[in-house]
Design a protein around this ligand. Structure first.
Ligand SMILES: [Zn+2]
Length: 620
């Protein structure tokens, strides 16, 4: 039994270091009174930290941190082992497989997939078909089995492409006066439906704060307001200040723009305009401009309810609209963080009419399989996933005359890494107990559509999908001291990632920008919705041999200048040494999942736990 002092020490350290620590899945009774913390900030950070790394129930009472009796107790482990780290080591076949993850493999696949000849791999394009053919050819050459429909490599993903042609000026009418906003520069409007004509007459604007209804937090931004036929003006986030609400700074699905539009549709609103800020989106308005103009895609079979109009306002335009309406947007934002918030009508109406070109399109997920070696466990699958699409061709040319969204990092690089992992496993002596599914999914940039289609029409029952290891973008800056685990503290996979990272001599760091909600922004989210736990990493930012802060500077500049722009091109000068380490890490995590006795689970109380339980009981 650890003594009180040691235990207190550890809690204090946990609060300070804010880094992941092994957790120990044992029941354990609190041996002593927990320590008192002097200020609220350190309590919250201690709590967040404990929650992140396996302690399942933590509460704060009178300035004291209380840990419930049946916690995953890593502290015990640390005390008894004198802070010694994990002793996990790869087996000889695992080491051999690791050696086979080659930099030249990743590099060459990116060079091909990001070539101008593939024209940005836009869904339904010739470049898309070439991409699918390339990936399935590589799968076949590795001796993998086709795992698509009808014994083929593909799972077709029927899409509907909608190109909205909004007017150049958008008119707002309030108190007899008119205000105009510039399309594209200040406001982006797109058709929310598959209709070829959008017509709204005098739809009232109403500010609904975060636009969230969440009974579990006793939160309802709409109160009883009937918003049918109205246009919601919404903030793009969830409340951040209170750690007890919406996971504090961490972004939940409630904070995502797709949730806002879905809520608007559910409540019968005519449309929703989301106020963009760099902070709440995690990227500049320019990314909205490129992503939300031109052809927009949706799943052709998706008949869910929708609004007439979807749109975005720049922060500046929103301020001027509110000011014109006699309202103070900043003050209203502050009130929106309170449970008592009530929607505020702007007294402003929007009328707009425009056409949209609607056409049926087709893309496909490319699926391959390596059969497991265990007669029972081989029915279950570990998925390595990466999206193969990007944004296609731009409507206009950028300053350098380029109009091809090559998507080299996003996500030729992730696809290349998945292919490199497939090659390493296929060429190694490894024979995983569970089967492995390699899934290059379509149309991620259009709203995770390929993975959403896979989740809606799974080729394997969700209860037999052990986990997904998703790759979206890789590190091109060199080896790192750290690894950034996105969506940490949600499921039992953290411990595996921790083991391998520690063995690599690197530090596992919890999600760096939890407020940006990256876990909900790539394909692991589609799988999470059907209960499948996922691993999703960002490469670290502390680059070996560079001053601290250098890596973050480079990445921030990349998001600003390259992300979702024609300049995301193959660069022979990338340093992929860190990407290789990450690829080996992800491969090993997948292999460990494939061999572990139990299926991975969400931690108790996680938002996806119920879906997992339902999926597993459906196949029992
Ligand atoms: Zn991506």
């Amino acid at each position: 039994m650890p003594n009180c002092e040691a235990f207190q020490d550890i809690l204090v350290q946990v609060a300070r270091i804010r880094q992941p620590i092994l957790f120990w899945p044992r029941s354990f009774n609190m041996p002593c009174k927990p320590p008192a913390f002097s200020d609220r900030e350190s309590i919250t950070s201690a709590k967040r930290n404990l929650l992140s790394f396996g302690i399942t129930k933590v509460s704060i009472r009178q300035g004291r941190l209380e840990i419930m009796a049946t916690a995953y107790l890593f502290a015990f482990c640390l005390v008894t082992s004198g802070f010694s780290q994990t002793t996990w080591e790869p087996t000889a076949p695992q080491s051999q497989a690791m050696e086979l993850v080659g930099e030249e493999v990743i590099r060459s696949h990116i060079r091909f997939l990001a070539d101008d000849l593939l024209e940005g791999r836009g869904p339904g394009s010739r470049g898309d078909e070439l991409t699918q053919l390339y990936i399935s050819t590589e799968f076949e050459s590795l001796g993998l089995k086709p795992a698509g429909l009808d014994g083929g490599w593909l799972q077709p993903v029927p899409l509907r492409g909608i190109t909205s042609i909004p007017p150049k000026q958008i008119e707002l009418v309030g108190a007899g006066e008119t205000m105009t906003l510039k399309s594209h520069d200040e406001v982006i409007l797109v058709s929310g439906r598959k209709d070829s004509h959008v017509s709204l007459k005098g739809a009232e604007l109403v500010f609904v704060g975060f636009g969230i209804q969440a009974p579990e937090f006793e939160w309802d931004d709409f109160k009883d307001l009937d918003v049918r036929g109205k246009i919601l003006v919404v903030m793009n986030n969830d409340p951040e200040d209170d750690p007890e609400l919406f996971a504090g700074k961490k972004r939940l699905y409630y904070g995502r723009w797709d949730y806002k539009y879905a809520m608007a549709a559910k409540l019968g609103a005519a449309g929703a305009l989301i106020i963009h800020t760099d902070d709440s989106a995690g990227y500049p308005f320019q990314v909205i401009q490129t992503g939300w103009t031109g052809e927009e895609f949706e799943l052709a079979q998706d008949e869910g309810s929708r609004t007439n109009l979807k749109g975005w306002l720049t922060d500046k335009a929103a301020h001027s609209v509110f000011q014109w309406a006699g309202l103070d947007l900043d003050k209203l934002r502050a009130t929106a963080s309170q449970r008592e918030f009530k929607p505020v009508p702007l007294g402003v109406k929007l009328s707009v009419e425009f056409d949209a070109v609607v056409r049926e399109q087709k893309s496909a997920n490319v699926l391959a399989k390596l059969e497991g070696s265990d007669p029972v466990l081989k029915d279950q699958h570990v998925i390595f996933m990466a999206h193969h699409d990007h944004l296609g061709l731009a409507a206009g040319r950028d300053a350098s005359g380029d109009n091809i969204y090559n998507g080299a990092i996003d996500n030729a690089s992730g696809t290349a890494t998945m292919l490199a992992i497939a090659r390493a496993i296929a060429n190694s002596k490894i024979s995983p107990k569970r089967s492995i599914l390699f899934a290059a999914v379509a149309a991620e940039e259009q709203g995770l559509l390929g993975s959403k289609h896979f989740a809606t029409y799974p080729t394997i029952p969700p209860g037999k999908l052990a986990a997904v290891v998703n790759i979206d973008g890789i590190n091109f800056l060199g080896r790192t001291h750290d690894v950034n685990l996105v969506g940490n503290g949600k499921n039992t996979l953290d411990a595996l990632v921790q083991n391998v990272t520690t063995w690599q001599g690197r530090t596992l760091v919890p999600e760096l920008n939890p407020e940006r909600g990256y876990y909900y922004r790539s394909d692991q989210f589609s799988l999470a919705k059907i209960g499948v736990p996922g691993v999703y990493l960002h490469g670290g930012v502390n680059i070996v041999g560079k001053p601290s802060g250098w890596g973050k500077e480079q990445l921030d500049a990349w998001i600003d200048k390259v992300y979702h722009q024609p300049s995301d091109e193959f660069d022979p000068n990338w340093n992929l040494s860190g990407a290789i380490e990450d690829a080996r890490l992800l491969m090993l995590v997948g292999l460990l999942i494939a061999d572990q006795p139990d299926l991975p689970q969400w931690l108790p109380g996680d938002e996806f736990e119920a879906a997992r339980k339902a999926a597993i009981s459906a196949v029992e």
